[in-house]
Write a protein that binds this ligand. Sequence first.
Ligand SMILES: Cc1ncc(COP(=O)(O)O)c(C=O)c1O
Length: 440
Amino acid sequence: MGYPKKEAAGPDPQAPLFLLLGYSQSFYLPKRPRVADNAHMPNMSTNSANHGIPLSQPNISKLEEEMVLEVLRSGRLSIGPMQERFEELVAQRCGTTHAIACSSGTSGLHMILIALGIGPGDEVITTPFSFIASSNAILYVGATPVFVDICPTSLNAHPGKIEQAITPRTKAILAVEAFGNPRHMDTYAKIAAKNEIPLIEDSCEALGTVYRGQRAGAFGRAGVFGFYPNKQITTGEGGMIVTNDDRLADTCRSLRNQGRAVTGKGSVAAGSGAGSWLHHDRLGFNYRMSEINAAIGVAQMMRLDELIQGRNDAADLYIERLLDIPELILPTVDDDCTIMSWFVFVVRLAAGYTREERDRVIAGLRIHDIGAGDYFPCIHLQPIYQRALGLPEGSFPIAESVSQRTLALPFYAGITKQDVDIVAQTLELMVSRENLSRRN
Ligand SMILES: Cc1ncc(COP(=O)(O)O)c(C=O)c1O
């Protein structure tokens, strides 16, 4: 802390921001490219003085470059040793017997649901406060997502509401660690066991998190990680299923590889009979991960501790800097979370702020070349879900109230203290401007 929150005389809320912040105009050149609406797309820039502060940024070192070169020079670009190495590293980290690399977190979820035999007429309980992919996978298999409201602190599905939502048609709980927060995962596992249904863990946002001695991904029958470039580790695009269930693992290995029967870690037998390349046991997909993506993944896994530490450092900087701003509610981490692997840093405007005010704060940050995102709009209110399920506004009051007041700030391993300061000061001014305009 220790930063003066306001200038002694009090800032003029209408003054240009660069004057309020005490930056030279060179920080505030209007001709610089603005952070676009698709600000969730990682901006590769590293120098805020020239290019703004991106919402997210992959952390790629020489090691990733070397590993990719190794693959390119090997001539083996798909289904090779790099994928196996990547799978081993993830399985080791999660303490599971299997890890199955795939093309994305979404394809991983899709395969798990198919492998569990979930289909039309089945219900899967899940959260409305997530990235849309977690529910889309349920629609892909023709099942019905049954949303339950969230806990306002963890932002994960409320365990009591999950129990209430269980019916004879419930075939699984699909839980999400919102923004990497693992709270309730052990409780979900108990509810699933008690009701003899599988827990599917959408851990796309939580690689590396440890909660009550258990690793994210390993709480349920199967878990899945995503490696889009804003994640803790990236492969460009990619995903990974983890499980201790041998049959489920084999089915997923087959599903990702056009329904071929697979042996061992996914190799295909020679010849033309069962188990060969042109023999297909089931309706499968091309959900494979290339060796090039896997090479990036191996290098990133070798650096996972460093990357998690970098994200923790960034979170600490934000918490220290934002803690005393009364208009903001900061994310909290449960004491039982011994390793928190932050995905994004999402703050919430205090109760009473409206969606429009939150959107103005986001727009204001973007005008100043600071990436900001409305993580996450409620899934049930998305147009496609309105058409599919028609759940009215007000169905999940906590998720809706949280969702209209949350905003994601620039966050990645290696963000500088100077950039965090710029974000914090700008945000503080934006929220106090909103505050002032509400009172006037
Ligand atoms: C909770 C959650 N589930 C699923 C996904 C989908 O992952 P992918 O983009 O790799 O398909 C994401 C990605 O952001 C996510 O955050």
